[in-house]
Design a protein around this ligand. Structure first.
Ligand code: ADP
Length: 253
């Protein structure tokens, strides 16, 4: 026979305990839902460009189409593939950040050449939407950052600026030095973000107004990755936006 003596648990403590168990169960349920939502959004995100890729590849393979049309299809295929590569890169980074196996290796490099190259890279996508991309970079100074990561940060911000801009507008990328810090701003005159939603845009999976989001391809992870990358540099990011008029994202590293 065992003499089991349970410690005395008062009514209040029992209530508290069952409350915490309930809370734990709710948290688990919420995590499960978030994970499912996340997977569904990633699957959607990858399957949309894949559908295009398959379609355009099939058309490009047809014998009867003109060489000019074929070239056009191939360039769409190349561009869509690039976007998918970026998305997968963001996802991998997010996973690494969660495991804390993520590192940045800082180096010094010239600001002007670095940002000019980024502008060259994204130039064609801006031209396609007739949006003027302007680079204002302070005279040659050195940036201290992980250049690949910084490229990823700026590309993500430019990608959003382009995506949420109206045709025939401007996007400005400004880069300046303040004391030992580099301040980078991406300014657009796009659809903007409602004031009460601004604080959430850096959260994983967050997308402004579900209904409006449907008309823009996106997963709501770009800015979460940007924020983590900036913070891994010991820097900060902020956003100012006027709903309907445009947004400015500013990174300080
Ligand atoms: P997404 O893949 O949906 O663009 P992000 O994490 O990059 O995901 O952005 C989160 C949300 O913030 C977007 O769904 C969008 O509603 C809003 N957002 C981000 N950048 C801008 C911008 N430049 N202008 C307006 N809204 C933006």
């Amino acid at each position: 026979d065992f003499d089991v003596r349970l410690p005395y648990i008062g009514k209040d403590e029992l209530g508290e305990l069952s409350g915490s168990i309930q809370k734990l169960a709710n948290d688990l349920e919420r995590l499960k839902n978030e994970r499912n939502e996340f997977l569904a959004s990633i699957a959607h995100e990858l399957s949309t460009p894949l559908t295009y890729l398959i379609g355009y590849t099939k058309v490009a393979m047809r014998k009867e189409i003109s060489e000019q049309a074929r070239e056009q299809y191939l360039s769409i295929i190349a561009e869509e593939s690039e976007r998918m590569k970026e998305l997968v890169k963001n996802l991998l980074d997010l996973a690494k950040m969660d495991e804390n196996t993520f590192t940045v290796s800082k180096e010094y490099f010239g600001a002007q050449t670095f940002f000019e190259n980024i502008v060259k890279l994204v130039g064609p996508s801006f031209e396609m939407k007739n949006i003027k991309l302007i680079l204002l970079c302070e005279n040659n100074f050195q940036v201290h950052a992980d250049s690949l990561r910084l490229e990823q940060i700026v590309l993500n911000l430019l990608d959003n600026a382009l995506k949420y801009s109206k045709e025939n507008t401007e996007v400005t990328l400004t880069v300046r030095k303040k004391e030992k810090k580099t301040i980078i701003s991406v300014i657009d005159f796009g659809i903007g973000i409602p004031t009460d939603e601004v604080e959430f845009v850096f959260e994983k999976l967050y997308r402004v107004e579900k209904s409006r989001s449907r008309s823009f391809v996106g997963s709501g992870i770009g800015l979460a990755v940007v924020k983590e990358l900036v913070e891994a540099h010991g820097g900060s990011i902020e956003v100012k936006s006027i709903y309907g008029n445009g947004s400015t994202f500013t990174v300080t590293i």
